[in-house]
Write a protein that binds this ligand. Structure first.
Ligand code: Z5A
Length: 213
């Protein structure tokens, strides 16, 4: 059971959209307001799930089928929710997650070729109705996002090596999810200056949760 005040917020969107940057900003704002904050990421967030991350993000595109990727993601997610996310919510902490279940629906489902209803069925089997209170869909033109990723000068993972139409598909899929679940999702213009993006995120939290920050 979630304790009063505890909220689960996920950040979704394409590569280089600024999810990690904004999670750090929001974490600082929430801590300043006196909240306990747990920041995590997917795939990953526990030592075992980080090992799965290395397995699934390493190598070349096509190493795993989309269905195999989906199963690996949900194996890691199940442990993360059981050992980190649920206990944090139960003690009243806010949990900010860099990606969550929508990533599987988008990357392995809509863009990867697994029937999205099969992804949803697996979610129900593994996690039941467990979902974030708010999901920020960080929307940016994929070319601009990839320019940021290339400017960072880190090795590209196997998702970042895919063809450009893959990123268009992921962007459209995220926007469709946001349209179909407007109460949970908020689309943020991630192409703006990072300070303005942060202000938009805080405004959504204030409006939807009635929290003073
Ligand atoms: N994946 C999947 O297929 N299925 C699943 O179920 C899950 C994941 C959970 C994880 O990669 C991959 O796993 C992901 C989907 C797949 N595909 N890829 N790639 P990751 O964690 O390595 O990468 P990412 O999630 O896409 O994050 P990212 O590339 O690190 O981007 P980001 O977190 O959104 O952005 P950032 O790190 O905050 O910023 C990127 C750069 O832009 C950085 O230099 C910033 O300083 C800069 N930046 C940030 N904001 C701005 C603004 N507003 N203006 C200008 N510059 C900015």
């Amino acid at each position: 059971m979630t304790k009063g005040g505890a909220k689960f917020i996920s950040f979704e969107g394409g590569e280089g959209a600024g999810k990690t940057t904004q999670i750090k900003f929001l974490g600082e704002i929430l801590r300043h307001a006196g909240h306990e904050v747990v920041i995590t990421r997917e795939p990953g967030g526990t030592p075992d799930a980080e090992a799965v991350r290395d397995l699934v993000l390493g190598g070349e595109p096509g190493r795993w089928s989309a269905k195999e990727e989906m199963l690996l993601m949900y194996t890691a997610r199940s442990q993360l929710v059981r050992t980190i996310i649920r206990p944090a919510l139960e003690r009243g902490a806010w949990v900010l997650s860099d990606r969550f279940a929508d990533s599987t629906l988008v990357y392995q489902g809509y863009a990867g070729g697994v029937d999205p209803d099969e992804v949803r069925k697996l979610h129900d089997l593994v996690l039941g109705p467990f979902n974030p209170d708010i999901t920020f869909i960080m929307d940016i033109d994929p070319n601009s996002g990839m320019q940021r990723v290339h400017a960072r000068a880190e090795a590209l993972n196997q998702f970042e090596k895919r063809k450009s139409n893959f990123y268009e598909m992921t962007r459209n899929a995220y926007l469709d999810i946001a349209k179909s679940e407007p109460n949970r999702c908020a689309v943020i213009n991630a192409a703006q200056d990072a300070t303005k993006v942060s202000m938009d995120i805080v405004q959504v939290i204030k409006d939807r949760l009635g929290i003073a920050l």
